[in-house]
Ligand binder design. Structure first.
Ligand code: HEM
Length: 481
């Protein structure tokens, strides 16, 4: 502990530390409090959170050392509170289990699978646009439409199961996820709730356990449905699947898991499939829907940006009403800049955590002892005014190739970086691009929610303090704007 004390940082209220200040403040102030301390102790700061010593890194060089390392891949304390929900899936698993699984699952996110699924992305995006247009210029809450759309996309593309939650307007799963993430953060900030039995006695603990049942029942149905339809024959070039053919063909994620269970019944059980499916359904839909909602809202606030993204779409498609292709997607360079700026200004995952396996000694800094929890915050990095001048201003021009080349690669990390970075980042970029392209081609967006009224709340994922509302109107094929 004496080693930890050498790291600069606020040392008051040693038991709760900075957490005490966060707990007492309004949730919308959380990020400003963290920002205040990061500015007071630039580069590296030590603080107590939940009575646990944590070190926050904000220097991109130090961050590079940790995130690029193959050794520091164990997650931090907060992830323990996810376990009764997503158990030991890819997000939460310890280093040894994670290394094996990540290697097995990487091929399910190969770009070839994404290219094969462009039609699926498009089908769901255009269905969403039709639903939005049916609202005939009355304000709509973006997150509701996007949550259902991205849930249908992840279950069709990664699980091979059609949910039709857009058609049935089903929000039960998404609402349960929202409450669960809020409750995990609440528990994380109240150290006395660490004990399972005590947590279960509280109102929030009760709600959490009830929601976990809803979430697992939902994914259990997905797994059962796919297993019942899975046919091991004719899967790889007409041959029955075996150890040799497995992995030669790029397959949807859930089929890869089912194959592993068939080939290794001893080491792969239904429980192992379930935890990875729970992980992927959550990670694969809530993140993309939140980012896309922020992007549509920003586009609807900034006429100039809306005009530019629309012109790019018009140059690609003209007045044609046709499905998007991979070649079209490659031409959407401005739209990609808008998405990158959205992920800078509203980093969906505001904070990453690692537990150090060994002491770390950065040059010229005090030693960081093993077992300390490290926090690396995309939010703090992306709001650094020395790297992104006027960081509150939404400006896609920050992402021209020329501007990007001027920055440290670890100063912008919306998907994390290094071996434990987001496995679904290409998936997310395809998905968000296709949804935005479809909305922009066929709709005019007018944002109702004002920028100054929205604060950001870090409820594990970043959320707006109030719903983002827009009015969607049809664009007529007029030959441009
Ligand atoms: C805008 C969308 C997304 C953002 C911003 C995002 C961001 C992130 C971040 C920051 C991490 C943690 C990296 C770390 O701890 O160093 C992560 C991990 C992960 N993401 Fe994403 N993600 C997105 C979409 C997706 C999608 C679409 C999927 C699946 C289809 C996905 C699946 C995962 C998984 C499984 C992990 C854990 C990876 C591991 O530990 O090996 N994410 N994501």
């Amino acid at each position: 502990m004496w080693l930890f004390r050498k790291i600069p940082g606020p040392r008051f209220i040693p038991l709760l530390g900075v957490a005490a200040e966060i707990v007492q403040a309004d949730p919308s102030e959380t990020l400003s409090i963290i920002q205040k301390y990061a500015q007071l102790y630039p580069g590296i700061l030590g603080a107590y959170l939940l009575g646990i010593p944590v070190v926050v890194l904000t220097d991109p060089d130090l961050i590079k050392t940790i995130l690029s390392s193959k050794q520091h891949v164990d997650k931090g304390v907060l992830y323990a509170f996810f376990k009764s929900w997503i158990s030991e899936g890819l997000i939460t698993s310890h280093a040894d289990k994670w290394r094996v699984r990540r290697k097995l699952l990487n091929s399910s996110f190969h770009v070839k699978i994404l290219e094969d699924n462009v039609g699926n992305f498009w089908k769901n995006a255009s269905y969403m646009v039709r639903c939005m247009l049916e609202k005939k210029s009355t304000p709509i809450k973006l997150k509701e439409y996007l949550s259902r759309c991205t849930l249908d996309i992840i279950s069709e593309t990664a699980m091979g199961v059609t949910l039709n939650s857009q058609k049935h307007q089903n929000m039960e799963y998404s609402h349960a996820i929202n409450r669960t993430l809020e409750n995990i953060l609440y528990r994380g900030l109240h150290p006395y709730l660490k004990k399972e039995w005590l947590w279960g006695l509280t109102r929030r603990g009760y709600e959490f356990n009830k929601d976990v049942k809803i979430l697992q029942k939902f994914t259990d149905k997905v797994v059962r449905e796919r297993i019942s339809k899975y046919n091991p024959k004719n899967e790889v070039n007409g041959n029955e699947i075996d150890e040799f053919t497995r992995g030669k063909e790029k397959k949807p994620f859930l089929d890869t898991l089912i194959e592993l269970k068939l080939l290794h019944p001893g080491s792969w059980k239904t429980k192992d499939i379930q935890e990875e499916v729970d992980t992927m359904m959550f990670a694969g839909h809530d993140t993309s829907s939140a980012t896309t909602a922020f992007a549509i809202w920003m586009i609807g606030l900034k006429d100039e940006i809306q005009e530019k993204v629309y012109q790019e779409q018009y140059d690609i498609f003209g007045d044609e009403i046709r499905e998007v292709s991979t070649e079209d997607l490659n031409k959407m360079t401005y739209l990609e800049m808008v998405i990158k700026e959205t992920l800078r200004r509203f980093p969906t995952v505001p904070m990453l955590m690692r537990t150090l396996q060994q002491d770390v000694q950065f040059e010229g800094e005090p030693l960081i002892p093993a077992e300390v929890n490290l926090i690396i915050s995309p939010f703090l990095l992306h709001m650094d005014k020395n790297v992104f001048p006027e960081p509150h201003v939404f400006d896609p021009e920050r992402f021209t190739p020329e501007e990007c080349s001027k920055r440290h690669p670890f100063s912008y990390i919306p998907f994390g970086a290094g071996p434990r970075s987001c496995i679904g980042q290409k998936f997310a970029m395809y998905e968000i691009k296709i949804i935005l392209s479809t909305v922009i081609r066929f709709c005019k967006i007018k944002s109702i929610t004002k920028e100054e009224d929205v604060k950001l709340i870090p409820s594990v994922l970043i959320r707006p303090s109030i719903p983002l509302e827009v009015i969607i109107e049809p664009r007529l094929p007029t030959g441009g704007s």
